[in-house]
Design a binder for this molecule. Structure first.
Ligand code: HEM
Ligand code: HEM
Length: 169
């Protein structure tokens, strides 16, 4: 790692989690609001539970690495740098909330690609409804944060600040 970039493991985990999160957001809202065939909904839902459950420990590792490398000085001092750091903190916090509430709200076994399965952690119907509500609203906030994040990256690239290079090997 040099002082101006992320480590290869941080970069790999960033792109892996970005792919799963963008897919889960788009397909999750499609299942919730579009009129899809029941079999298609079930297939997407099973895939999303598997992918996001697998992502959960990897995302925890990603947050741990971000904390360990918290002295990386990648952003300029001042207001712009502080905004970027807070936006990133928001992305970590809301992603973690979405992952945790997703697991807690499961009303059935958590099956990962039909290979491993875990019992649902909560069975009380009122709590399941509560956590589904939190999951849904946290997903809306995460969608907004990700849109802002991608817009900020594109804006910086356009202004010729090569932020994408930092998030590449
Ligand atoms: C960052 C990760 C995640 C994202 C972006 C995400 C996204 C979404 C979205 C957009 C919805 C539709 C919201 C609605 O019902 O209106 C949804 C529903 C759902 N999510 Fe998540 N989710 C994530 C993690 C998880 C996890 C870890 C689990 C459980 C292991 C989970 C289980 C579910 C379930 C059971 C539903 C209800 C609909 C269905 O059965 O597909 N999610 N998720
Ligand atoms: C899919 C399009 C995405 C692109 C093009 C992208 C690009 C980037 C780039 C270039 C950086 C480095 C920015 C800098 O150092 O100032 C970055 C950092 C970051 N991205 Fe993304 N990203 C994307 C998706 C996501 C998603 C879905 C998340 C959700 C968790 C995310 C979370 C983060 C976080 C938390 C950081 C800061 C890492 C740290 O400093 O610890 N990104 N991203």
């Amino acid at each position: 790692m040099n002082a101006r970039s992320y480590t290869p493991l941080q970069i790999t985990l960033h792109w892996l989690s970005a792919a799963v999160i963008v897919w889960a957001l788009c397909s999750g809202f499609l299942v919730a609001f579009a009129d899809l065939a029941v079999a298609t909904e079930a297939r997407i839902s099973a895939l999303n539970v598997s992918l996001t459950a697998l992502l959960t420990p990897l995302f925890a590792l990603r947050m741990l690495l971000a904390w360990r490398h918290r002295h990386q000085r990648l952003h300029a001092p001042g207001l712009k740098g502080a905004l970027a750091r807070h936006a990133h903190l928001g992305l970590y916090a809301v992603s973690a909330l979405v992952l945790l509430t997703g697991i807690i709200m499961m009303d059935r076994q958590i099956r990962i690609f039909d290979v491993i399965s875990f019992a649902q952690p909560v069975t009380d119907p009122a709590l399941l409804t509560l956590f589904h509500g939190i999951h849904r609203y946290a997903c809306v906030v995460l969608g907004l944060l990700v849109t802002l994040h991608v817009a900020a990256v594109l804006f910086h690239q356009w202004r010729r600040t090569p932020v994408l290079r930092r998030m590449w090997y």
